[in-house]
Design a protein around this ligand. Structure first.
Ligand code: PLP
Ligand code: COI
Length: 363
């Protein structure tokens, strides 16, 4: 499978949903949507076959997929996805954030999962096509957005273990508010010592369903322990990331430190927050951080703050780290929330977009 990063576009057919939700009902659904529970009227679909490449690009009514029970994804989990948001600005316009980065990442994920690469331009176009029909679903309340979920999977009915010759790409969209109940209040983290999320040479850097499947049991353990989220270590006891967020530490001299590893997901939120911090004059270090460095850093006062970040949750300060035989009270600082404010101000058009990160989707 060859990389295709050329400028490309596909002609989309549009089939309107005859049962689209009425505006009054939609307004009700947009009032306080719980994460990932409400979906818009339409979805994008594009098919890939070994013979014809990417074709049959369409906007169609949102609804169940007809999948052959032998579809390879159901057996061998050949699947990848993305998460990106559309934000409504005060003037009503709709913008998304660094879609080229998500487009490049889904190509990297595709390479690792032996799936075909969708050209970045077609990825961005797929978001535009969905907003063109479902733009009214982008909510305008505080901290609200339309979460876009592009995903790709092996739809070929075949039980042999090899890369599929037929693949489906879809984009669905879900209006969302704050990911964590309680907004930006500090979250508690459970240290998973019995389970790993990824391994050296594995699929940790790809956004693929299997990584999330591997995180579910430790995440359930976290809930049992009264924690919101789980954090994973690598085989050398270096901190990797949370089930669905990257992690950043703040040292007392203002340096931000975040794990470098080829088995974690390279977060676009993290990269953006680190850039904003550099712009403010903070030093940034990307290097392995052991769990002992975290614990000792808090004890000595060297680590003054820790936070998690990702598209869905934005920035969540970490308040507590709980392990099998210890509980660490992570002091709260002000940097995480101040960076969160700056980032969301840019995303919602309240502050100058000096890095040219926004792309208008509805024009
Ligand atoms: N790590 C994992 C495992 C994730 O699922 C996510 C969320 O997408 C992130 C990190 C953060 O990535 P991003 O900031 O691009 O959303
Ligand atoms: C995201 O932040 O987009 C994620 O994918 C995290 C989680 C919802 C899987």
């Amino acid at each position: 499978m060859t990389a295709d990063t050329s400028t490309a576009s596909l002609a989309f057919t549009v089939t309107r949903n005859p049962a689209a939700v009425e505006p009054a009902r939609r307004a009700e659904l947009l009032r306080e949507p719980a994460f990932g529970t409400v979906f818009t009227d339409h979805m994008v679909g594009i098919t890939w076959t070994e013979q014809d490449g990417w074709h049959d690009a369409r906007v169609q009514p949102y609804g169940p997929l007809a999948l052959d029970p032998a579809a390879a994804v159901l057996h061998y989990a050949q699947e990848i996805f993305e998460g990106i948001k559309a934000y409504r600005h005060a003037d009503g316009s709709v913008h998304t954030f660094r879609p080229d980065q998500n487009g490049a990442r889904i190509q990297r994920s595709a390479r690792r999962l032996a799936l075909p690469e969708l050209p970045v331009d077609v990825f961005v176009q797929s978001l535009r096509e969905l907003i063109a029909v479902d733009g009214d679903w982008v909510p305008s309340g505080a901290d609200q957005s339309l979460y876009l979920r592009p995903f790709m999977f092996a739809s070929e009915p075949f039980l042999g273990v090899r890369p599929a010759h037929e693949v489906s790409y879809y984009v669905i969209a879900s209006p969302v508010g704050a990911y964590f109940k309680g907004g930006a209040k500090p979250v508690s983290i459970w240290l998973s010592e019995d389970y790993a999320r990824a391994g050296k040479g594995g699929t940790g850097a790809a956004k693929t369903g299997g990584n999330y499947a591997a995180s579910l049991l430790p995440q359930a353990e976290a809930y049992e322990q009264g924690c919101d989220q789980v954090v994973f270590l690598d085989q050398d006891r270096n901190v990797e990331e949370l089930g669905g967020m990257n992690i950043v530490f703040v040292r007392k001299d203002g340096t931000l430190v975040t794990p470098a590893s080829d088995s974690i997901l390279e977060g676009i939120t993290r990269a953006s927050l680190l850039q904003l911090a550099r712009d403010r004059g903070h030093a940034v270090e990307q290097r392995p951080v052991s769990i002992d460095e975290w614990r000792e850093g808090v004890a000595s006062g060297d680590i003054v703050e820790a936070f998690a970040c990702g598209t869905a949750a934005v920035v969540a300060p970490i308040g507590v780290l709980k392990g099998r035989d210890f509980t660490l009270e992570q002091p709260a600082g002000t940097l995480a929330l101040s960076l969160r404010e700056e980032l969301t101000d840019i995303q919602y058009g309240r502050r100058e977009d000096r890095h040219d990160w926004l792309l208008r989707l509805d024009a």
